[in-house]
Design a protein around this ligand. Structure first.
Ligand code: SAM
Length: 243
């Protein structure tokens, strides 16, 4: 049917594409993608040849209009280079405009590095906040961490290998006493996940420079699981006081 199909693709291991994603990528007429070379490879792997249209949120209004026009009469898939489209990836404007125009929008869920890292880390996951990439500049990075400091949630950031060291130092300085977790090359051959003190982890990576893709997580403030315990404690205290 005509409309916009948001399709998640693997974040490393090609086996992680879903059956629905394959059906959709084989059944649609057009694939909007970040990089036609990257998506071309995936389509080759699936043995499917479709019209690929390069799209990102900075694409001209013309490109977006053309895609929206196509969606009225044919199925258009949206993919990014890896993982779930829109999550630190293009697509937000396209989805917004499609919805505004009454075009059918549906999403084929699949891999997402933030969620997979959350499950690997061993950090509390009853509440988590995905905060995208930390800013590049030191001052803005510290301000962002300050802003998030009192949130009772595990923080999840996308990270790059060259910036990991600066981020770990900033976390040690701005969020003292908080454990971090580094999940690297998830679903790939050299997948690893290290959880511990940020400075110790920084030291490890100073000796073994990290390669590849990284998700960085920060434990919530206070003892693990304390959030709910505190509430129970306060409740008990209040009851005792009122009795
Ligand atoms: N849309 C993607 C998703 O759903 O995960 C994320 C796209 S974002 C531009 C790319 C960032 O995701 C990388 O810098 C890294 O932080 C993270 N990432 C993607 N694949 C990863 C992997 N296999 N292992 C660890 N991190 C990954």
């Amino acid at each position: 049917a005509p409309g916009l199909y948001i399709v998640a693709t693997p974040i490393g291991n090609l086996g992680d594409i879903t059956l629905r994603a394959i059906d959709t990528l084989k059944g649609c007429d057009v694939v909007a993608c970040e990089d036609t070379r990257v998506t071309g490879k995936l389509m080759n792997h699936l043995g499917s040849r479709k019209k690929l249209v390069r799209y990102d949120d900075h694409a001209s209004d013309d490109v977006r209009e053309r895609l929206l026009e196509m969606m009225r009469s044919q199925p258009v898939a949206l993919v990014s280079d890896a993982g779930t489209p829109l999550i630190s990836d293009p697509g937000y404007r396209l989805v917004r405009d499609a919805r505004e125009r009454g075009i059918a929008v549906t999403s084929m869920p699949g891999p997402n590095a933030a969620v997979v890292a959350m499950t690997l880390s061993g950090l509390p996951n009853d509440r988590f906040l995905f905060a995208g990439f930390l800013p590049n500049k030191a001052k803005a990075r510290e301000e962002t961490l300050q802003e998030l400091a009192s949130l009772r949630a595990t923080l999840i950031f996308y990270e790059t290998a060259p910036r990991l060291d600066a981020s770990l130092s900033a976390i040690a300085a701005v969020l003292p006493g908080r454990e971090v977790s580094v999940a690297r090359e998830i679903t790939k051959k050299f997948e690893e996940c290290r959880t511990g003190d940020p400075l110790e982890i920084a030291q490890h990576y100073a000796q073994n420079p990290p390669k590849g893709e990284i998700v960085l997580l920060v434990a919530p403030p206070g003892d693990e699981g304390r959030a709910t315990l505190d509430e129970v404690d306060i409740d008990a205290l209040l009851r005792a006081e009122l009795a």
